[in-house]
Design a binder for this molecule. Structure first.
Ligand SMILES: [Zn+2]
Length: 95
């Protein structure tokens, strides 16, 4: 399954609810899910971490759906096989 297909599946499942909740509410849910991912990472619970990653990408896809953004297109346009800053692969940027 490609990112685009996952996003379409999320649209089928949740767009009717996501569109009513709106951008602000959906963004806040995404933030909550990031917080839960952080907690799972902190306690090194692999199963919980996996579930939280799923929630984060699901809410990210929901937010993309209600803002009319194609996640796969956006990701590939910016990260198309090389770092968008230094244009290298692997990235050669200094930190
Ligand atoms: Zn770089």
């Amino acid at each position: 399954m490609h990112i685009h297909e996952f996003q379409e599946m999320m649209k089928q499942l949740y767009f009717h609810r996501d569109s009513k909740r709106g951008v602000k509410g959906t963004y806040e849910w995404l933030g909550d899910e990031f917080g839960e991912l952080g907690k799972a990472l902190k306690v090194s619970d692999k199963e919980a971490t996996e579930k939280e990653f799923a929630d984060v990408i699901a809410w990210l896809a929901s937010l993309a759906n209600i803002t009319g953004i194609d996640l796969e297109r956006a990701a590939i346009r910016k990260y198309n096989g090389k770092c968008p800053k230094c244009k290298q692969s692997p990235c050669q940027c200094t930190f």
